[in-house]
Structures are given as C-alpha cells and as structure tokens.
Design a protein around this ligand. Structure first.
Ligand code: ADP
Length: 161
C-alpha cells in the first residue's frame, strides 16, 4: 500500500487543494495531508484552525488523514512511513521552486519520491493568497473555497479588522 503526504500551508484550504486531495486519494492507499507549522511564516489561520478546516472538508474521504508537522518534510515522511510526496503544479512559475524542493528532498531521503499533479484548469489561478485578498474586500468566496468554511474565513478577516 502506498502512503503519500500532501504537504502545504493550507492558509486556508482552497478548492484547488481539495481537487488535488481528491485526485491523489484515488491513486494512493492512504493520503496524509501535512499542514506545515512553520515558525518562519506568519499564517492568517492558526495550525489548529487549518487542521480543523481540512478535517471538515475531507470528512467524506476515508483514506485521507490530516496531520500537522514542523521541521523537515522528509523527517515527517520517515516518521509516518510515507514513500511519496504529492505536490500540485499550477503554472510554469511553480516549476523552478518545486523541482528544487523535490531534488533537495530526494537528496535528504532517497526513499521518498515526489509526484506532481497538474492542476485542474478551473483552479489554475487559485491560491490561498487570492482567497485572503478577495475575502478582505468582502468578495464572494464560493468559487474559491468549500462552502462549509466560508463563515470561518469571513469571521477571521473581521477579527483581523
Ligand atoms: P506551500 O506554502 O507549501 O506552497 P500551499 O498551501 O500554498 O503550500 O500549497 C500546497 C500545495 O498545493 C503546493 O504543491 C501547491 O503548488 C499546490 N496548490 C496550491 N494551489 C493549487 C491549485 N489551485 N491547484 C493545484 N495545486 C495547488
């Protein structure tokens, strides 16, 4: 059975992420969505909030598990006995960085391979940053994130003032 990790910030999870989760979960035996708890970046949502939102939107996918991690991705892979890292590729602008990461991770742990899924066309433009920007101006989020987390995003933006 292949166990894979789909790592990211998910600040917040978007329909683009969910599309990758859905498709990857059909291909592998178990998919762990790894939410990066990285001291360097200041996310809008806390690690608990990001994990909770992901749990909510993946509730109907029995082979998907959500976990937070910090430190090196390859150490998290070792710890969870995952052999595949899944990443989504949107545009050529993602490519340089993703290739560099994949090669670095392979150097650090040759037992883990990175697999890329091309984004579905309808989500190619979509990022968590876009979602936060639209939300901050009160825009309609229904095309961007799962309906069940829209209230939470709005509330967070309001709290931020
Ligand atoms: P990171 O900060 O690690 O890039 P993100 O949460 O922004 O974390 O993204 C996690 C992964 O999901 C990355 O592989 C990214 O390329 C991919 N991704 C983000 N948005 C989309 C999208 N709209 N379609 C497909 N993949 C996406």
């Amino acid at each position: 059975m292949i166990r894979a990790i789909y790592p990211g910030s998910f600040d917040p999870v978007t329909l683009g992420h969910l599309d990758i989760i859905n498709r990857a979960s059909r291909t592998v035996g178990e998919l762990i969505v790894g939410v990066l708890n990285n001291g360097g970046k200041t996310p809008l949502f806390s690690i608990e909030e990001r994990v909770n939102m992901l749990n909510e939107v993946t509730r109907d996918l029995p082979n998907v598990k959500v976990m937070s991690f910090s430190g090196l991705l390859v150490d998290f892979a070792r710890h969870t006995q995952a052999t595949v890292i899944v990443r989504g590729l949107r545009a050529i602008s993602d490519f340089d960085y993703e290739l560099q990461m994949a090669q670095t991770n392979r150097k650090l742990n040759p037992d883990v391979d990175t697999m890329f899924l091309a984004t579905s066309l309808e989500y190619a433009y979509l990022s968590s940053t876009t979602v936060k920007e639209v939300a901050s101006f009160g825009g309609d989020l229904r095309e961007f994130v799962p309906e069940c987390i829209i209230g939470e995003i709005r509330q967070k933006i309001q709290e931020q003032g």
